[in-house]
Ligand binder design. Structure first.
Ligand code: UT7
Length: 349
């Protein structure tokens, strides 16, 4: 059974950049605070009216397909990872299928937040390995800028996130030992409410009584999204940053080590680690813990912020474009985020 390989990769970020200084127009924050705590200097925001999570995914996909030498007609399955879909439903996968005028192929949306792309890659990998599909488009894309609280109230979350998209075309590998060697998926739902967007949703305060959603229980039509929820900014993400940080610095190195161990390899064999770009301090902690040199890790959060499901493919593509990843190199992707979910993928490029 042959592995699957990344035959083409691309990324797209919108042209509008917002520096930390620009964010001061909206909230009480500072360049110093943001850089010191996260490493972020600027992020890109989609054009409010003309760009969506799907259209950015389409741009990244076009580059990935061109580099893979495939056309939209040849793609036989789509896996689209995002937490900021164009619609609550249907998912972005079908919108991408429509935009790229693809055949009536299957389209699956993955909602695993920061680890979404690695999960999506793992799903696609299984379909290639079983021989069911030959050309799968895997996309991670986010338009965070539409769903953040730009007042001081939301500053701990808002300053971190940015918009963008990354995509790969997955195909059967052409030689033994090439491609995705293994993927590793994990979750711990006991911390689901630590990083979450509660509303709109159907939870009816069942799971998170400590963060009660504001609705009048008598009004059945208003329980999904009420005026009171909006007045109290309950439609924005909630994050206990320090709690997420503490878990991430344990689970990310574990996921990398697990992938290496399964393949009889060590960190000395690793040419490039692409950690999810959540916080430069987290990535540096992971690097230290794994005793990796600077040339074994690629970070770009400084320029893009945290683009969630897009962060791993954007960083992977950028590292490859910069010549930091060459044929035969051992590359590890690792991500951690809301859920909690975390995942890794080990790839022989
Ligand atoms: O990708 C998804 C997974 N997410 C993550 O991995 C995020 C993990 N967590 C983190 O990266 C960090 O926890 C943050 C960057 C979010 C926050 O850094 P921190 O060092 O943990 O700060 P904190 O939340 O403990 O807040 C420290 C102080 C607070 O003020 P007081 O209570 O000490 O007076 C905050 O109100 O910093 C304040 N603060 C800000 N100040 C200026 C929070 N956000 C800001 C801000 N600007 N943007």
């Amino acid at each position: 059974m042959l592995n699957s390989k990344i035959a083409g990769i691309g990324f797209y970020v919108p042209k509008n950049t917002y520096t930390n200084e620009d964010l001061k127009k909206y909230m009480d924050t500072s360049d110093e605070w943001i850089q010191e705590r996260t490493g972020i200097q600027e992020r890109h925001y989609a054009d409010r009216l003309t760009e969506t999570t799907t259209t950015m995914g389409v741009e990244a996909a076009k580059i990935a397909m061109e580099r893979a030498g495939t056309t939209p007609d040849e793609i036989d399955f789509i896996v689209f990872a995002t937490l900021s879909p164009d619609y609550y439903f249907p998912g972005c996968g079908v919108l991408l299928q429509r935009e790229l005028k693809m055949k009536e192929i299957g389209a699956l949306d993955v909602r695993n937040q920061c680890s979404g792309f690695v999960y999506a890659l793992s799903v696609a990998d299984q379909f290639i390995k079983t021989g069911m599909y030959k050309n799968i488009l895997v996309v991670g894309s986010e338009k965070h800028s539409f769903g953040l609280d730009f007042s001081t109230r939301g500053r701990n979350v808002t300053v971190i996130f940015g918009d963008g998209a990354g995509a790969v075309v997955l195909q059967p590998a052409t030689r033994e030992g090439q491609g995705i060697l293994s993927t590793h998926l994990h979750s711990d739902g006991s911390s689901a409410e630590i990083l979450a967007m509660y509303n709109p949703g159907t939870h009816a305060n069942h799971w998170s009584p400590q963060f009660p959603a504001k609705f009048d229980e008598a009004e059945i039509g208003q329980m999904f999204m009420s005026h009171a929820m909006i007045d109290e900014a309950q439609n924005f993400p909630y994050m206990d940053g320090p709690a997420v940080f503490k878990k991430a610095i344990v689970k990310l190195p574990e996921a990398v080590e697990e992938s290496l161990k399964q393949n009889g390899l060590t960190t000395a064999d690793l040419n490039m680690l692409i950690p999810h770009q959540a916080n430069l301090r987290i990535a540096q902690f992971v690097q230290q813990k794994l005793h990796l040199r600077d040339d074994q890790v690629h970070n770009n959060i400084q320029r893009y912020g945290n683009t969630t499901a897009a962060s791993v493919p954007i960083a992977l593509c950028e590292a490859w474009e910069m010549g930091k990843i060459k044929e035969g190199d051992l590359v590890c992707l690792a991500a951690f985020g809301s859920g909690f979910t975390w995942a890794s993928a080990l790839i022989r490029w």
